[in-house]
Design a protein around this ligand. Structure first.
Ligand SMILES: [Zn+2]
Length: 153
């Protein structure tokens, strides 16, 4: 890839002069190109477009229906890597919600814990909605908060 140092426009390797100002183009080093495109949390490119379009519906279920959705998705699309990615992520959210629920129930007397657990639940609900819409767009991105939970890699 090449770019114009004056206009900051990028061009194909086949281009020789800038279409905007007519000036000479510089070559962008390969390393910089890769860094710009690399997003460690975005796994969308690892899945085939066919897989994504065929199994989108099943990939949504873990976020919509929690454990029931996970089971349906496992039965419906066991060979879909895209669905598996979202099953894992959906499971992480569901398991965390249950743990929070248990903490809140056991430590109900402390008041602070149930309130903190409630806030975390709301955050997780928002995360779930974000995940759901990402599936709608055919993306497979890790959610920052959820990603940090080590279990179920
Ligand atoms: Zn230019």
């Amino acid at each position: 890839m090449k770019f114009c140092p004056n206009c900051h426009l990028t061009y194909d390797d086949s281009a020789n002069v800038c279409g905007q100002c007519g000036g000479p183009l510089s070559v962008i080093p390969q390393q910089v190109q890769q860094q710009a495109a690399y997003d460690p949390t975005d796994h969308t490119a690892e899945f085939s477009p066919q897989d994504i379009s065929d199994n989108k519906v099943f990939a949504m279920l873990p976020y919509l229906m929690s454990f029931i959705g996970v089971i349906i998705a496992l039965l419906a699309a066991p060979s879909s890597p895209f669905t598996m990615f979202h099953i894992r992520q959906g499971l992480k959210i569901s398991v965390t919600q249950i743990l929070l629920g248990i903490c809140a129930a056991v430590l109900a007397i402390t008041f602070i814990v149930p309130i903190a657990a409630g806030i975390c639940m709301i955050i997780l609900l928002v995360v779930q909605i974000i995940c759901f819409f990402r599936v709608c767009k055919g993306q497979a991105k890790e959610v920052p908060i959820i990603k940090n939970f080590g279990f179920l890699k």
